[in-house]
Ligand binder design. Structure first.
Ligand code: ZN
Length: 544
């Protein structure tokens, strides 16, 4: 590609991006949902007690959420979100009814009591109504009201994207995770409710039964879930890096035998991911796999499962290489999120690559652990046909906007490329484990993750991340031999600051070069078999 076509391509790219961003209209509601408003900023979530009764016959719910928080800054108005058609009945502090100004889903609650910095306060919110039904769970979430094959109710929540406030009143922004949570769900007494954390108590009253689940670790609000049905339970103990881990399985009564076989993948997953990422982050809360009436979701310590008790993604291999049929996609992928999404959580959904790129990559590391490095890398390369390269992976900040779907397959390929750059598999594993200990139970920005990797790799990867996360073109290595001994090369189709080492295969020999966007020469014997290492997600072009 010559300079003018390159300029043209770049121009077209920028125009495409600006046009599609311009078409993407953000509203005041997006800002209220996606930003840290002054009414959210001043208080730090400490504890929720969500107590909800679910009425399957009328598809309605009624309950309270007790919100305990610590005052960080003097302020007298607190924002709580709840989406229509649900409605807040009242909010109280110290028994006193509070005034509420409603703007869409945002509820601005005035607090007459002086909010003293450092003190802990509570607001109790009562609410009721018929929550939005999920259209296409888990992507277009809400509540799924279904029946199992025996005619029993089978109900579940799923709300990543649409937000926890689709079914309960919450601080619906990812930056502030609650430190612990009690979830008390009342259901008809012939049914069970499975939520996050550990079952601490059940109470039967008349025709209903209440299940109290306690989460002792910080939890992202989108991970909080209910799963109601005619469940049966089995379990195993896993001897892991932090001791004995309870692994609990809840499935529909008729699926028990299938589940006992298929869920063997959960123990294998735990072994592989503790190796790559470090200890499972929620030993205190146990690990659970819970059958749900939709495909599945990374709900913290109660990963939901609906992949039909078969390997692959709904029985198909996303990589087209055959390796994708070696595992149950939903068990491996959704559980991978326990490290990247639940342990390390984005502060803004624009940085969703922190969840999805690493978790997509985890699928290949599972294969790597059991079938070898080449199996894992072949799987990653196989997913390249699913990459669009149309929009950047990072979305718009503060408006609840996620980046492009390339955060999945391209994300996996970016991380596989990074492994090649680091060129030391033990060091690479140390970085993956280091991320999980450095940002243990935290919400983070992309800058924190990028800086950590650069620092631990000992390489300045800032232009690498700018290129692969904030732009959508794929760098092309342009090269030629100007004589029998002189090799010329540069990066093209990329940002001008881009620099990245890359490995060349010359027959049996491997040579590392360090191209920038300027032509560089090295002494290298002319070789017509020259190829670029296939695990780098780049293009290559012999220009003469
Ligand atoms: Zn995912």
């Amino acid at each position: 590609m010559n300079l003018s076509t390159k300029l043209f391509a770049t121009l077209v790219f920028f125009l495409t991006v600006s046009i599609s961003y311009a078409q993407e209209k953000f509203t005041r509601a997006d800002t209220l949902r996606g930003s840290i408003t002054p009414e959210r900023e001043w208080w730090d979530l400490n504890y929720y007690h969500l107590a909800v009764e679910v009425f399957p016959e009328t598809k309605s719910i009624k309950g309270t959420n007790t919100v305990r928080y610590q005052v960080k800054k003097a302020h007298q108005v607190l924002q709580i979100d709840l989406q229509e058609p649900l409605r807040i009945i009242e909010a109280k502090q110290d028994g006193q009814k509070l005034e509420i100004q409603k703007e869409g889903a945002a509820h601005f609650i005035s607090l007459p009591k002086k909010q003293v910095v450092g003190s802990f306060e509570e607001v109790i919110i009562s609410y009721e109504g018929q929550p939005k039904e999920a259209v296409r769970p888990p992507w277009d979430g809400g509540i799924t009201w279904q029946k199992d094959e025996n005619g029993n109710h089978f109900i579940a929540s799923s709300n990543q994207g649409i937000g926890s406030s689709i079914w309960w009143p919450s601080k619906d922004h990812p930056a502030d995770e609650v430190d612990s949570m009690l979830i008390s769900i009342t259901v008809p007494k012939n049914l069970m409710n499975i939520s996050n954390g550990r079952l601490v108590k059940t109470e039967t009253k008349g025709q209903t039964k209440t299940y109290h689940w306690f989460v002792s670790n910080p939890i992202n609000d989108y991970g909080v879930n209910i799963n109601i049905g005619d469940y049966v339970h089995f379990s195993e103990k896993y001897q892991g890096e932090k001791g004995l881990l309870d692994m609990e399985y809840y499935v529909m009564r008729d699926n028990l035998e299938k589940a006992k076989k298929q869920f063997m993948d959960a123990g294998r997953m735990m072994e592989a991911f503790e190796h790559w990422f470090g200890p499972y982050p929620f030993y205190e809360d146990s690990y659970k796999l819970v059958e749900a009436p939709y495909l599945g979701m990374e709900h913290q310590s109660s990963v939901t499962y609906g992949n039909g008790y078969q390997n692959g993604y709904r029985g198909t291999d996303l990589s087209g290489t055959g390796w994708g049929m070696k595992f149950d996609f939903i068990i491996i992928h959704e559980s991978g999120h326990e490290w990247f999404a639940n342990n390390i959580t984005y502060k803004d959904v624009a940085d969703m690559w922190i969840h999805e790129s690493f978790t997509n990559y985890s699928e290949s590391l599972y294969l790597d652990y059991f079938y070898g490095k080449e199996a894992g890398q072949e799987y990653v390369r196989g997913t390249r046909t699913r990459i669009d390269n149309k929009l950047p992976i990072i979305g718009r900040y503060s408006v609840n906007s996620r980046g492009s779907g390339d955060m999945y397959y391209k994300g996996g390929n970016i991380l596989n490329t990074l492994r090649e750059i680091v060129n030391d598999d033990e060091k690479w594993r140390k970085i993956l484990r280091g991320l999980n200990s450095e940002f243990y139970h935290q919400t983070v920005t992309t800058a924190q993750v990028e800086d950590y990797i650069s620092q631990e790799a000992g390489i300045d990867l800032s232009s690498f991340f700018d290129q692969y996360l904030r732009n959508s073109t794929v760098p092309i290595l342009e090269y030629f031999f100007s004589d029998d001994q002189t090799f010329n090369f540069r990066w093209a189709n990329c940002i001008t600051s881009f620099e990245m080492p890359v490995d060349l295969n010359l027959g049996e020999k491997k040579v590392r070069i360090e191209p920038t966007t300027k032509w560089t020469q090295v002494t290298l014997e002319k070789n017509s078999d020259l190829t670029v290492d296939v695990d780098y997600y780049v293009g290559s072009l012999k220009v003469r």
